[in-house]
Design a protein. Structure first.
Length: 320
């Protein structure tokens, strides 16, 4: 309960920064404050749900996702830009009705489309791979390379055992059992093109806000360069193209029949069997001791008869 209250207060604080920053801070700090507020809100929610600082990037496979990273980054950048326009105009008592019409340009929509289409496409590809079973050789190799943190694979996609095993380096590594320990060049180039695009967008926003510091009503989100959009589109297409290829050797029908025969059972070296043999020997010794004790046992009746002189000395082990 206490953690939920803390989360609610944290979100309320950053929501206030998100609203008040664009209204009262000077440009370009109004935009940067809106972006930072959204970022910290998302990080707080991810921390509360998963217990990890970057939990918002963690997938159901307990790995961090590059598509989540780039989708989240563009969502925050564009949402902060619109928040800056809306709240700054409200504070300046300028009209807000035309914000969407003037700022939702084809280039901006294309940029958002490339980002989200890549995330959807990656999800579809992973969904298809989740239906494929890896070969036993691929599973054994994964266990050897990835160690104890790797979960037993049920499909060709790599999974960590727990969410604590998720690492930021996952966004640069392969997604499958066969290449989870290797750098994926498609991911690396998509990451760098995403960072380049984000830096260009932020720089254009800051420059535009500085130029309209005294005329916020005349400011619009700077158009994204078409060549940059084309470059990002090619990058995302190359990433999805390499991702569609299954790199892990799949199990084939009849693999179970061709599996190597189990090693012959060696009872002499099996610790469980040897333990049982030891217990049996112990029991045998106990039985022998009881038999010896019984042979020297004399009944009370025989002893009484001997003491009274009615019978000769009793023979041990007899019941007279």
């Amino acid at each position: 309960m206490k953690s939920r209250i803390t989360l609610a207060l944290t979100i309320a604080f950053w929501l206030a920064v998100f609203v008040l920053g664009p209204m009262y801070l000077r440009t370009p700090y109004n935009y940067l404050s809106a972006f930072a507020a959204l970022l910290f809100m998302v990080v707080s929610v991810g921390q509360h749900v998963t217990g990890r600082l970057l939990g918002v990037l963690v997938t159901e496979r307990n790995t961090m996702s590059l598509t989540r990273f780039q989708s989240l980054l563009w969502t925050l950048l564009i949402a902060a830009a619109f928040a800056t326009l809306v709240f700054a105009r409200i504070n300046a008592k300028a009209p807000t009705a035309d914000i969407a019409g003037k700022n939702l340009t084809p280039e901006l929509l294309a940029l958002m489309g490339v980002s989200y289409a890549s995330a959807v496409g990656a999800g579809l590809v992973n969904g298809n791979k989740a239906t494929k079973t890896p070969s036993q050789d691929a599973v054994d190799k994964s266990k050897t390379i990835n160690g104890d943190q790797a979960a037993v694979p049920t499909d060709v996609l790599y999974c960590n055992k727990t969410i604590k095993d998720a690492a930021l380096t996952d966004i640069f590594e392969g997604d499958e059992v066969a290449d989870a320990h290797m750098v994926d060049l498609g991911k690396v180039q998509m990451f760098f093109f995403t960072i380049v695009g984000a830096v260009v967008f932020i720089a254009e926003m800051v420059n535009g806000l500085l130029l309209h510091a005294t005329d916020i009503a005349g400011f619009t989100i700077p158009p994204v360069d078409k060549n940059l959009i084309a470059l990002m589109g090619i990058s995302h297409a190359a990433y999805l193209g390499t991702k569609t290829q299954t790199k892990t050797k799949e199990a084939q029908p009849g693999d179970e029949d061709q599996a190597p025969a189990p090693a012959p059972f060696d009872a002499a070296s099996d610790p469980t069997v040897q333990g049982i043999v030891g217990d049996v020997n112990t029991i045998k010794g106990t039985v022998a001791e009881l038999s010896a004790a019984k042979s020297s046992w004399i009944t009370n009746d025989a002893m009484v008869a001997y003491v009274d002189g009615k019978l000769p000395p009793p023979t041990p082990g007899t019941n007279q």
